[in-house]
Write a protein that binds this ligand. Structure first.
Ligand SMILES: [Zn+2]
Length: 273
């Protein structure tokens, strides 16, 4: 399956906390999350280190023959061991990450989705199938209202973002709430998993939430439009369209959001025509 990959940081002078990589029989996309810069997190490495390290280890673990959830659990444990001596892994704001993982053989595609990155399957003859774990959005719907009421970029909005992030932490990795990859390998068992015959899939897209805004927040594109953009113009063009929309609403009045721009990453694979 030929793949194309594009990524763009939210700001050119800030680390890109997304990570994506494609191997010969697997692909991963992760979107790191944590406290805003300048806030204590217990980890000296930071969010980008966490998502990039976990992503690299996960891509490697997917070749092991373990289940996708088993590969994610063992990768979380390996990252823990890499910084248990230097960092406070019990800190409530320790870096975390979404995970989308794909693995395929000659006949089947397996997938895993944890937290708010998305997998879109272009299944022949039907509407696109979007696999998204919306538990954080459900939990956050009430909590984000004060933040969404303020103009993006103002000190009041920045404080509301910090309050929102702090409030979400009380609901993270708790039964019945929402789950992300951080230090608990048990989060892997909370992921959405599935499998589909390779002959039923025309194309697949892995997207961080910075790249799905046109379809799931702004209402400017359907998922079909999104797949068509990827097929016709490629991942870079999709991200460029997201940036164009964001630049038309810099204060978030039309589309309230925590950040004007977010790291945006797309991996697009299609079966040869
Ligand atoms: Zn660390």
């Amino acid at each position: 399956m030929p793949f194309r990959l594009a990524t763009a940081p939210a700001k050119p002078d800030r680390p890109n906390e997304d990570f994506a990589a494609v191997g010969t029989d697997a692909a991963v996309l992760l979107d790191g999350a944590g406290t805003p810069p300048g806030t204590e997190s217990g980890c000296v490495h930071g969010v980008a280190w966490y998502s990039h390290t976990l992503g690299g280890l996960l891509l490697s673990a997917l070749s092991s023959g373990d289940t996708l959830a088993g590969a994610l659990a063992s990768s979380i444990e390996r990252v823990n061991r890499l910084h248990a001596d230097t960092c406070d892994l019990k800190h409530s704001d320790t870096p975390s990450s979404t995970v989308v993982a794909l693995r395929w053989d000659a006949s089947e595609l397996e997938y895993l989705v944890l937290a708010d990155s998305s997998l879109v399957l272009d299944r022949a003859g039907t509407s696109p199938e979007v696999v998204t774990d919306d538990r954080e959005a459900v939990v956050g719907a009430e909590l984000r209202k004060p933040m969404d009421a303020l103009p993006t970029g103002t000190p009041e909005h920045e404080q509301a973002v910090r309050d929102y992030v702090a409030a979400l932490a009380d609901h993270r990795n708790r039964p019945g709430e929402f789950w992300v990859a951080n230090t608990d390998p048990g989060a892997a068992d909370e992921a959405i998993t599935g499998r589909v015959g390779l002959d039923e899939v025309a194309a697949v897209a892995l997207l961080s939430d910075g790249a799905t805004r046109l379809a799931d927040r702004f209402g400017l594109a359907t998922w079909r439009d999104t797949l068509d953009t990827l097929a016709d113009a490629g991942p870079d063009a999709l991200i460029a369209r997201v940036r164009e929309a964001e630049n038309s609403d810099p204060q978030g009045q039309r589309w309230p959001r925590a950040k004007n721009h977010d790291d945006a990453t797309v991996v697009y694979g299609h079966t040869p025509a």
